[in-house]
Write a protein that binds this ligand. Structure first.
Ligand SMILES: *Cc1c(COP(=O)(O)O)cnc(C)c1O
Length: 393
């Protein structure tokens, strides 16, 4: 089928809840995706950060093939080695916590919110989240997502949530009380426009939670699994959270989510309190193990740091040339280009020239290359962006 025929299928049979780009993608490999007409597109926003180590990474593909021939799914009534193995790998690379597996970022956050309620005293039922956050689309996680545009049409939301401006320490202190069960925050807001949490903000959350027994939850769904140049975004700071959630890049392209909690908190999640039928099945866990092994064997954390610096330098050079760029911000390969005007047109012009980037919050271009990216691919992306900015000047 060509793109036109595929779009016709969608028009007839798929609910139109996404604004889709007018391309049908049939294949992916490393930093590239290919459309039905055979065009090669340089992907600097791979799967919204899901294909964090590139499309169809050979080690992930191999692990999936092998596991698929052995055992695709076994329910959580039984033990299975891949789930236990992946939990250990994640625990060893974070703060030694225990894992619960699910299938998406929203579910991981949902699990974290439920855990915070059941692990603290009954009068603690309130949650604090930050403006510009993104935590998912289930009722609890969309309530946690403090952006009115995502709430439209769904009121009333879940009770108990208070929203504070991101990085506002005073607002945090004012909103926090003995009824607070948890504070949920991204170490770097992704969808919110690549906003980095300040050390002071995170430290204040840590201190308040320590004083009252509330739970500090970091949503690492986008920052986790190496994107920032460390396994997890919080590792750029001195604080240690009680709970982290992850998903996107964890499975190298398959649906997996996970919540990790310190053991003394995790123990509240006894049988009957929470579950996921598909959660932690052997197929996705085998993929997750392969992702972690590939990152280590290929030194991709180091590459994320190096290529992140390289990309930021190149983008800052563009900034000298084009006043429409206000500034460039981010950590590692999680980079935002703050424009002074809307960026949607730039994104679609880049795609016409076979470069895929993203625009969020109307004026922030998101540049999140796969961790395997090489300098020449960054150069090519910058060259295309340069030519589009030149035309749009
Ligand atoms: C994408 C994202 C989510 C939601 O993940 P889904 O898999 O779409 O449910 C939650 N939090 C953050 C920070 C995200 O970037």
């Amino acid at each position: 089928m060509d793109t036109k025929q595929i779009i016709e299928l969608f028009d007839k049979y798929v609910i139109a809840n996404y604004g889709r780009l007018p391309r049908a993608i049939v294949k992916g490999s490393g930093c590239y995706i290919y459309d039905a007409e055979g065009n090669e597109i340089l992907d600097m926003f791979p799967g919204w950060a899901v294909s964090g180590i590139g499309h169809c990474h050979p080690k992930v593909v191999e692990a999936i093939k092998k596991q698929a021939e052995t055992l695709l799914h076994i329910d959580n009534t039984f033990y299975s080695e891949p789930q236990g193995h992946l939990a250990k790998l994640l625990s060893d690379r974070a703060f030694g916590g225990k894992c619960f597996f699910c299938n998406s970022g929203a579910e991981a956050n949902e699990a974290a919110l439920k855990l915070a309620r059941i692990a603290t005293s009954p009068e603690k039922y309130r949650f604090i989240t930050t403006e510009g956050s993104f935590h998912g689309r289930t009722f609890a996680t969309v309530t946690a997502t403090a952006q009115p545009k995502y709430h439209k049409g769904f009121l009333p939301l879940l009770p108990g949530f208070s929203y504070i401006p991101f990085n506002d320490v005073t607002a945090l202190q004012n909103a926090f009380n003995d009824e607070t069960a948890a504070v949920l925050v991204e170490p770097i807001q992704g969808e919110g426009g690549i906003n980095v949490a300040s050390a002071e903000f995170l430290q204040t959350i840590r201190d308040l939670c320590d004083e009252t027994g509330a739970v500090m939850i970091l949503d690492e769904v986008q920052t986790g699994i190496g994107r920032t140049g460390k396994w997890f975004g919080y590792q750029h700071t001195d604080i240690v959270p009680d709970v982290i959630t992850m998903a996107k890049a964890l499975g190298g392209g398959v649906s997996i989510g996970a919540m990790m909690a310190k053991a003394e908190i995790a123990k509240a999640l006894v049988p009957g309190t929470h579950a996921s039928t598909f959660g932690g099945n052997p197929l996705v866990c085998a993929a997750g193990i392969a992702v972690i092994e590939a990152i280590e064997e290929e030194k991709l954390l180091e590459n994320a740091v190096k290529m992140g610096q390289y990309t930021s330098e190149k983008l800052n050079q563009l900034k000298q040339k084009y006043p429409v760029i206000d500034h460039v911000r981010g950590t590692g390969l999680m980079i935002g280009i703050q424009l002074k005007t809307p960026g949607a047109k730039i994104v679609s012009r880049c795609l016409e020239k076979n470069l895929r980037i993203n625009c969020t919050q109307e004026t922030v271009l998101r540049f999140m290359p796969p961790m395997i990216v090489k300098a020449e691919q960054i150069d090519k992306a910058i060259e295309i962006l340069d030519s589009v900015l030149e035309e749009e000047k």
